[in-house]
Design a protein around this ligand. Structure first.
Ligand code: GLU
Length: 448
């Protein structure tokens, strides 16, 4: 049996960190098993679905390198749903209900106050035709529920292990709205059947939905697929992903934070697994090591700081050839290989390179505390052309002449040359600055 999976976002918001993790793990599973990855847009809620969000989801997946083999929109599949719905009604598995939201909420409250679980009481099943006709004459349109059978529901979850529910512990889910349009549950199951999905991979917030879906698959004569429910990620303190992090969108990470996609992939692929989190520059080793059996049921913590650390590590290890397109993208197309190699150990985010470019090319305001020392050093600058040995030649001369060494020697030189106390190796930096600018900076006089 070849693996067929789907990632099924609702286009009601931008792709965020939680969804991106579902997409990634689903994609990795597909690629590991030479399977098929469907992007299914769950846009049955026409009021909340937005084209802009669907576009963002596609752009973000593409940016992350997660390509899809096929794409479907639920809004285009109404004919398929309607055929199945007609059959389910004929089979007596869907039934009309006339309660208003207020009536349902009252029922729930009264059940809870009596210490009972808020399960729908199926009052609608007892309605006579005359009562239904009366409701309709009053202008009430029914919503429809799927009738669950009172039998055990079991599956062996690839992460959670054996899961079981009793049909009688669950509410019959509402599957058709008052206007007759189908809701997520039914559409999702029909699509999973029609697209031959073999593994449904989603967050653990869907576990009880899955229990009802298992019966829907059976009601439509299909064998339920395998299910995989991943635990949801929490924030660094172990709490529910905060509003801020919850809305941490790929768009923010890409456009505002300027992160490399592989930093996100590296973190999300390993979060909550028994494998260590490592900075990967390519996806192949991640695909290779991927296995649901390595995922724990515990709640993994998402720490944005870790993303930045991975991002820095990835940049430090990326060669010029590979980074060149990204440099062009951020408008740093002047950066050549020498500059890249000199500066990359100092980068956390790629955009930091602009700061170092500025340090090398100026203008910078030199910091000169001991003007006599700096004047002495300036007089000893070796003649052009300069290379990576120029710094040590010069530093040795300055040391011999002034008797300074260590930090006393190089810190004032660094500050005079760059205006800063830290940065790339001076041996690299000096060449990047060049004789003219170096002389200029060492002779800098602060305006009185
Ligand atoms: N649209 C649903 C969601 O985003 C899909 C869940 C599923 O994978 O079936 O939660």
């Amino acid at each position: 049996m070849s693996v067929r999976v789907r990632f099924a976002p609702s286009p009601t918001g931008f792709l965020h960190i939680g969804n991106a993790r579902t997409a990634l793990l689903t994609w990795l599973f597909a690629r590991k098993n030479s399977g098929h990855f469907l992007l299914r847009i769950d846009d049955t809620d026409r009021e909340r679905s937005r084209d802009e969000c669907e576009q963002d989801i596609m752009d973000s997946l593409t940016w992350l390198g997660l390509n899809w083999d096929d794409k479907a929109n639920q809004k285009d599949r109404m004919d398929f749903y309607n055929k199945r719905i007609t059959q389910l009604k004929a089979d007596g598995r869907l039934y009309p209900c006339y309660e208003t939201p207020e009536e349902l909420s009252l029922k729930r409250k009264s059940q809870l106050s009596r210490g009972k679980p808020p399960i729908y009481d199926r009052a609608a099943l007892d309605l006579t035709d005359a009562q239904k006709a009366k409701y309709e004459a009053e202008g009430r349109q029914p919503h429809w529920r799927f009738k669950l059978l009172d039998e055990p529901i079991e599956w062996d979850d690839l992460i959670r292990g054996p899961v079981s529910f009793k049909g009688s512990d669950l509410s019959d889910p509402v599957v058709l709205r008052e206007d007759g349009t189908p809701l997520y549950h039914l559409c999702s199951v029909i699509d999973d059947i029609d697209f031959g999905i073999t593994h449904v991979i989603r967050g653990e917030d869907h576990v009880s939905n899955t229990a009802t879906h298992v019966q829907m698959f059976k009601a439509m004569g299909a064998t339920p697929p395998e299910f995989v429910h991943m635990s949801l990620i929490s924030d660094a303190e172990g709490g529910k992903l905060s509003k801020r992090l919850g809305s941490l969108s790929m768009r923010d990470l890409r456009e505002d934070e300027g992160l490399e996609p592989m930093s996100i992939i590296s973190l999300l692929a390993r979060l909550g697994t028994s494998d260590p989190i490592e900075a990967f520059r390519a996806i192949d080793p991640i695909i290779e090591s991927f296995d649901f059996s390595k995922f724990s049921r515990g709640t993994p913590k998402f720490d944005p700081e870790e993303l930045v650390r991975l991002n820095a590590k990835i940049l430090h290890e990326t060669g010029y050839e590979d980074i060149k397109p990204r440099l062009d993208e951020i408008g740093a197309d002047d950066v050549d290989e020498t500059f890249w190699n000199a500066v990359r150990p100092n980068l956390e985010k790629l955009s930091d390179i602009k700061d170092w470019w500025h340090v090398a090319k100026g203008p910078v305001e030199p910091v000169i505390e001991d003007a006599d020392f700096i004047a002495q050093a300036a007089a000893l600058l070796p003649p052009a052309p300069w290379d990576e040995n120029t710094w040590s030649t010069w530093a040795n001369k300055v040391k011999d002449e002034t008797g300074r060494k260590g930090k006393q020697l190089f810190m004032p030189l660094r500050q005079a040359l760059t205006g800063m106390e830290h940065g790339p190796e001076l041996s690299d930096l000096l060449v990047l600055i060049g004789p003219e600018k170096a002389q200029e900076r060492l002779s800098f006089k602060k305006a009185a």
